[in-house]
Design a protein around this ligand. Sequence first.
Ligand code: ARG
Length: 458
Amino acid sequence: MKLWGGRFTKETDQLVHNFNASIGFDQKFYHQDIRGSIAHVTMLAKQGILTGAEQDAIIAGLSGIEQDIANGTLVIDGTQEDIHSFVEANLIARIGETGKKLHTGRSRNDQVALDMKLYIRDEIAAMDELLFSLLKELHLLMKEHLTTYMPGFTHLQKAQPVTFAHHIGAYFEMFKRDRSRLADTKARLNYCPLGAGALAGTTYPLDRDYTASLLDFAGATQNSMDSVSDRDYLIELLSASSTIMMHLSRFCEEIILWNSNEYRFITLDDAYSTGSSIMPQKKNPDIAELVRGKTGRVYGALISILTTMKGLPLAYNKDMQEDKELTFDAIDTVKGCLALFTGMISTMTIHPEVMEASAKNGFTNATDAADYLVNHGVPFRDAHGIVGQLVLFCEQKGIALDDMTLEEYQAISPVFEADIFDAIRMETCVTKRNTLGAPGPAVMEQVIVRNEAYLNEV
Ligand code: ARG
């Protein structure tokens, strides 16, 4: 039985039914659909549109349906077109005639707009929690590795020494911004569309502000046509989700490099690695690669909905049903990737000695050698040229700046004294970089204290 069969003389073609139906995926928000209906009915009774007895019967019926779906006794099958029809048909089957009053003053257009917003709000909370757990893990790593020296790169060429804490701290900032992007998305979506009807409101004396407050919204939406056709919040959510995935993907790329035989900065735990069916020696970083790979499907969801929305006249159009599957998939993908990524980095082994050796061997202290000359009165441009000669000398001998003798230094520039060796030690190079945001441990400690305060905010 269709909700809208009255003016039709023929049954819907089966293929048309299948093509049109959304129950295969919108059943995901049955809980939100029922929650919205209970609020709607509560408001209708307060306004005298339904009696108290009708309200009680409908709410009891809806609560029973919700429980039965949750415990598996009521199975959502494909006979109904969507979750809204499924719940309403079941309500009527359960409580009879009164059930037919549920949809008074409501359309599926404002109903689905509400359900989706409720669902997204819940999912934003779940995503935020996962980001928060990741941040806590990064915070621990930062505290542990304030003096774990490693090369910092530009152009993937060793550049200047940093610490592992500092490198991780960069991702801490990114995921912090991701949380605030989700919070912004929630703040803007947090207005209740219910009561907008199909597009032009209704003739019943609804109290929309009351419904909004029952559902913990900041208020009711202000224009009924916008209410049923706004999908901006999905675009914002998918944009924020794409950015989260981009951050995870960059991090995964680094983890894959660090875990490779060429770097050996870290070793991924066996529980987070996989083997090869042919090459017995292999231990592959599949999880990091999959997270990097899944970034594409989340970007795809964003582009898909932007494209779906671009030509739609006001107000509701069925095209909008296409907002659901890809959004659900994107949310599940982001949540899965965040959880796995956090597990992967909390179990990996870090090799500080390899990182430090790599920083030394890559001339990351060359800038500091030049600064040494500048501090002894050599103009920077000349100092740059002198250190260039040192690097060339070392490269020919296959050694680091730290391994040259004082005589060799002085043969290139008489300005060098014995204290050059202390000046170019990794510890000195990093400790001297003490401007806010730099890797020097003293200034990093301050950042860690601020991060700690951020993590303790409620
Ligand atoms: N399944 C529909 C959707 O996801 C629900 C709204 C249906 N409204 C309508 N006028 N057919 O958009």
